[in-house]
Ligand binder design. Structure first.
Ligand code: BG6
Length: 485
């Protein structure tokens, strides 16, 4: 049999990805308003019931606002990228980054979300960041909303539950497209849009305890996000003719636990429950298979005349997604479970797991890439992948994170194979190239970076940056366009 050599294409976007609320800090500087992330509390590992219990209650918000709460809110501090972005971008450039994903913190631009005019200081900050990236020819990839719904919208409308939020989002999108039209070409609307149905607070600024029917409310919120995303895509193409809009899905692919057809069916249903978000974004309509799901779960989406046409007319240009792990579905409730990204799952006996229980599955990435390309025939962009791990700093300051290198190498190898299978892949953005605050646990010790940040879970540390072994390894990977792994 002849051997086939897969290769990364020229111009492949190697780089990394972040979110404003996990890196910036400066939560109340230069006119920024509060956002959903600013209320998220750090709970030490020993005291947590689950890692991904991400919901916040009205009572927690009240206590934080009144000063009664003694909780720490690490997403208010981040890693101080707000003041250190020049140093950080220089380090990314040293690794040879071709692209860097960041989000705009919506409440830096519109402090309450519903303001009539934008905050100039907020706009200026991102101008500075984009100019700094341009100095090194690093392409910015920008998320409009990464779990950062302005708190003002939550207070006034329970955020995405209300239709009004669509207009506020579109005004925000139009503002930043106009401002950055010569600086940013690649955009995406909602990070992991499936989050809103898993944690409505995280994904949509929705306080579920305020809703009589929380299930109905979160799906209504999701519909509003779909419409807002399409309207933002329309604006993008008007304002930046060569601009590209992506959706963003946390792809959680489910394997059947056994060949029992009941398990296979369950896995198919779980996959549909995950893929339907990208189906709406890319195909411009709700898939037929959801009719049954909505009826059986008493969900009735209220649409306005014209919504279906909007979804149909303005689908996304590319499919971006995060991939960390795979899941297992079973028709039976038995079996040992483990934590995972956004939700937990049955254990897969063929896979090892991270220290947080996420099941490591590089071959699953090849499966997912083939599946998504087959399904949508649109360019794909892997905008998050990586290993959250404890790092040890040696006496001489070095950090030997061979486990991270191993994780990334194996995923990159499978990505390369998928390109050989014919998949059109635009790039690979490693999650958290510089250590940042964990989304699900607000820990600093769950590190993804190739650049170490001296800060611990309690907020102590110098914030000094240093290079891990993976820094030098990833630099070589980029230099050789994925040939030297
Ligand atoms: C993704 C999110 O789900 O996973 C990121 O988009 C997040 O915001 C990343 O940080 C890793 O998850 P965690 O919980 O380990 O930070």
């Amino acid at each position: 049999m002849a051997t086939f050599k897969s290769q990364f294409p020229e111009g492949f976007y190697w780089g990394g990805a972040t979110a404003a609320n996990q890196i910036e800090g400066a939560f109340d500087e230069d006119g920024k308003g509060l956002s959903a992330a600013d209320f998220v509390e750090y709970i030490p590992r020993e005291e947590r019931k689950r890692d991904n219990a991400m919901e916040i209650t009205s009572e927690q918000i009240r206590k934080t606002l009144s000063g009664e709460s003694t909780a720490r809110h690490p997403k208010r501090e981040g890693i101080d990228f707000y003041h250190r972005y020049k140093e950080d971008i220089a380090l990314l450039a040293e690794m040879g980054f071709k692209a860097f994903r960041l989000s705009i913190h919506w409440s830096r631009i519109f402090p309450n979300g519903y303001d009539e005019t934008p905050n100039e200081a907020g706009l200026q900050f991102y101008d500075n960041v984009f100019d700094e990236l341009a100095k090194y020819n690093i392409e910015p990839v920008v998320t409009l909303s990464h779990y950062e719904t302005p708190y003002g919208l939550t207070e006034k409308y329970n955020a995405w539950v209300s239709r009004e939020t669509i207009d506020h989002f579109v005004r925000y999108a139009e503002t930043v497209f106009t401002r950055y039209k010569d600086k940013v070409k690649y955009w995406m609307t909602f990070n992991e849009i499936n989050m809103i149905t898993i944690s409505p607070y995280t994904g949509g600024g929705i306080l579920s305890d305020k809703e009589e029917n929380p299930v109905q409310a979160k799906f209504q919120g999701l519909h509003h996000q779909f419409v807002a995303s399409s309207l933002a895509t329309k604006k993008l193409h008007e304002i930046i003719p060569d601009g590209k809009m992506g959706c963003m899905l946390a792809r959680m692919s489910h394997y059947p636990n056994t060949p029992n057809p009941e398990d296979v069916l369950k896995a198919q249903q779980d996959n549909q429950e995950n893929l339907f978000f990208a189906d709406v974004h890319a195909r411009g309509e709700y898939p037929k298979y959801l009719d049954r799901f909505f009826v059986e779960n008493d969900i009735e989406i209220v649409k306005e005349t014209g919504d279906d046409e909007i979804l149909k007319q303005y689908p996304v240009d590319y499919i971006s997604f995060s991939y960390y792990m795979s899941m297992v579905s079973s028709n039976s409730p038995e079996g040992e479970r483990t934590e995972g990204n956004l939700m937990n799952t049955l254990k897969n006996p063929y896979l090892e797991a991270s220290e947080w229980g996420w099941q490591i599955d590089p071959v699953g990435l090849r499966v997912v890439l083939n599946e998504l390309y087959d399904r949508y025939q649109l360019p794909l962009f892997l905008v998050e992948n990586g290993l959250g791990a404890y790092d040890r700093v040696e006496e001489d300051g070095s950090i030997h994170d061979d486990y991270r290198i191993d994780y990334m190498r194996k995923h990159i190898e499978q990505m390369k194979e998928a390109i050989g299978d014919g998949v059109d892949l635009m790039g690979y953005l490693a999650w958290g190239p510089i250590d940042l605050v964990s989304m699900s646990t607000s820990e600093m010790s769950k590190r993804y970076g190739m650049i170490y940040v001296d800060k611990d879970d309690e907020g102590n540390g110098t914030l000094e940056r240093s290079k891990k072994d993976s820094f030098y390894w990833y630099k070589k990977v980029i230099e050789s366009n994925g040939e030297e792994l």
